[in-house]
Design a protein around this ligand. Structure first.
Ligand code: FES
Length: 641
């Protein structure tokens, strides 16, 4: 079988002929950037074949490659098959880089601290011929005397009983018992020698499809002791949810379960190292993840979620012991996973709702979480409607010529001088630009319409005589950064096609929000609060999001970014047992609306495929702004109509 050697690191993979270079790279352990899941649609997996036999349909994928790259042997790893021994160079831009993972959360300081795990230090009287109380009863009485639960309500697992006699005697009958409140009573999690009451920790985890974030908190006072984040290692088995479910179906479930646990453990380990915490002292772990991630973490087969009639195995909150699923905490620590509403409204969205507090208020709120998919929830304490859909890859850097994820070098904010059309931008990490991420793309399109460079369909005005506006190889384009400014030696441009792809993404989200409003018999004016959750929502410019029509128009001061709602919700559920207990009730109150079954959704989508919308009456403030811009630039009526 041919050997593929990857430069510059000389990683090797021996693969059958006909394997794609992408598959070989993944087999060699290279974290390739596969935004479109290897479908040849994003152009982000460029590699250079240095020597050897490979086959690639250059003409078909030429649009992703510059002449200079073609001269150096460039091809798309996912569309190139191995025909013999190969040497392939993988540029840094084709590998997943350290992403800007949203770790900070606002507001959990306000959550009343009311945990469900406690430690009790107790001095026990040694047994004697006059006092033959068994060890366990003796311990539980001691715990009760220190304020713990009544012994008859405490369950002691066999493994604790197995080491209990030695611990009691070695310690001279001075021990600390760890007890957790569990459904139906209490559970004795551990017994330590001496006083360990100062070392009681819990972890809150956001298990995302792409990233994992962990918080370690003291469960004696609720303080945050350390945080950490990393990639979800399951990416090596497929970038999106669907490919992971398919991987699970092909006997890969146990591998995905192991990778989910390893990903969480990587974060827990980094956080515990930073905080000087022994992982064995973590006695509770609360995990928020989408429905598929939760199934995979627990080793539950998610296959039936992608086949008719599309049902998950379980939707309610589950708990298990850390040792049973390989989580790096005390083996008896309780691991709690958030409940779900449907396949598409999972525990991460319930965590968003918890973090926003919308389920406790009378006011009508709209919560939107945007990634490759989007989820939207509308409602208040009495009712909630939800829906979900594909946002398309544009907001995550896919199907945009210079699109990229929120990695270092991504243009994340842009302003354009309306008179000179000179852009000023900032990049993630403050380095030279390599591409444009979702928030930068929204800024660009909003600024271009404000500067009258594009019209409401996203068409670039080639009549404007300006060096930044030109006919590109395939589409009209606007130069955001000249090649001398960039880190990639190419002009970074936004093309008319990129703008069209963004419009399609934002139209799906806007149409979904309008569908929820309609189902509730409400209009955008009835929305008293909009919550953006997730990394994308956190970094986007609220005003520009409204200008392009991503969400219904509401006054800017009603829009709130809640940051990473999933980790915020997981923290709340860790700190407050009543809030955790309420989660199943929140999930049950939410009605899921299947957009594909809503006949009006497609009409709304079509109407939303404009900037901001065909009906400007829905965007009165944006309409005013566009008229002011037009008046200032003296733009033609036909162009702006
Ligand atoms: Fe190869 Fe998208 S992963 S083109």
């Amino acid at each position: 079988m041919p050997t593929v050697t990857f430069l510059p690191g000389y990683q090797k993979a021996v693969v059958p002929e006909g394997t794609t270079i992408l598959e070989a790279a993944l087999a060699a352990g290279l974290p390739m950037n596969v935004v479109c899941g290897g479908q040849g649609k994003c152009g982000k997996c460029i590699v250079f074949v240095k020597d050897g036999t490979a086959s690639f349909d250059l003409e078909r994928y030429r649009r992703f490659l510059s002449d200079d790259e073609i001269a150096r042997g460039a091809c798309l790893a996912c569309r190139t098959t191995v025909g013999g021994d190969l040497r392939v160079e993988v540029p840094a831009g084709s590998l997943i880089q350290k992403q800007k993972i949203l770790v900070e959360i606002p507001g959990t300081e306000e959550v009343p601290f009311d945990p469900s795990v406690w430690k009790y230090e107790t001095y026990l009287a040694p047994p004697s011929l006059d006092d033959t109380t068994p060890d366990l009863a003796r311990l539980l009485e001691g715990i009760e005397n220190c304020g713990g639960p009544p012994p008859n309500r405490v369950y002691a697992p066999l493994e604790v009983l197995r080491y209990l006699p030695q611990v009691l005697r070695r310690s001279g009958w001075h021990v600390t018992g760890t007890v957790a409140l569990v459904p139906g009573g209490y559970r004795l999690l551990n017994v330590d020698e001496g006083d360990t009451t100062g070392r009681l920790y819990g972890a809150a985890v956001d298990l995302g499809t792409t990233t994992v974030v962990a918080y370690i908190r003291s469960l004696t006072d609720g303080r945050v002791l350390a945080t950490a984040s990393n990639y979800n290692r399951q990416i090596s088995c497929g970038e999106d949810i669907l490919s992971r479910v398919n991987f699970a179906r092909k006997s890969g479930l146990s591998r995905l379960q192991q990778l989910a646990a390893e990903s969480i453990n990587e974060s827990l380990k980094s956080a515990s190292d930073a905080g000087g915490i022994d992982l064995e002292e973590i006695f509770e772990v609360v995990i928020a993840g989408n429905t598929v991630m939760t199934h995979l973490l627990l080793g539950i087969d998610p296959s039936y979620m992608i086949a008719e009639p599309y049902i998950p195995v379980v939707r309610r909150m589950l708990s298990t012991a850390a040792g049973r699923i390989g989580i790096a905490a005390h083996r008896n620590a309780g691991v709690y996973t958030f409940p779900a509403v449907s396949n598409f409204i999972g525990g991460d969205i319930i965590a968003d709702i918890l973090a926003s507090g919308m389920a406790d208020r009378d006011e009508v709120s709209l919560m939107v979480d945007i990634g490759t998919n989007f989820e939207a929830v509308l409602g208040n304490r009495d009712w909630m409607l939800s829906c979900a859909g594909a946002a398309g890859p544009a907001l995550e850097g896919g199907e945009v010529l210079f699109g990229m994820r929120a990695n270092p070098g991504a243009i994340e904010r842009v302003e354009i001088d309306a008179d000179t059309l000179t852009p000023s931008y900032t990049t993630i990490g403050g380095v030279r630009p390599r591409g444009i991420c979702g928030s930068g793309l929204i800024d660009l399109v909003a600024e271009l319409i404000r500067a009258c460079v594009i019209d409401r369909t996203g068409q670039i005005n080639l009549q404007l005589d300006h060096p930044r506006i030109r006919r590109g190889r395939y589409y009209p384009e606007f130069v955001v950064a000249w090649k001398e400014e960039t880190a990639i030696g190419k002009d970074i441009v936004i093309t008319e096609n990129d703008i069209r792809n963004l419009i399609m993404s934002k139209a799906a989200i806007h149409a979904a929000c309008m569908t929820l409003l309609d189902a509730a018999g409400l209009t955008p004016r009835d929305i008293e609060r909009v919550y953006f959750s997730g990394a994308f929502g956190n970094y986007l410019n609220k005003k520009n999001a409204t200008i392009i029509g991503l969400i219904p128009e509401v006054p800017q001061d009603r829009i709130v970014n809640i940051g990473n709602g999933a980790i915020a919700g997981a923290n709340i559920a860790l700190l407050n047992r009543r809030q955790r207990k309420a989660l199943d009730g929140i999930a049950r109150r939410i009605t899921y609306i299947e957009l594909n079954a809503e006949p009006s959704f497609m009409d709304r989508y079509t109407s939303s495929c404009f900037l901001p919308h065909t009906d400007l009456m829905l965007f009165p403030r944006v309409q005013q702004m566009l008229e002011a811009c037009r008046a200032r630039r003296g733009g033609g009526e036909a162009w702006q109509a």
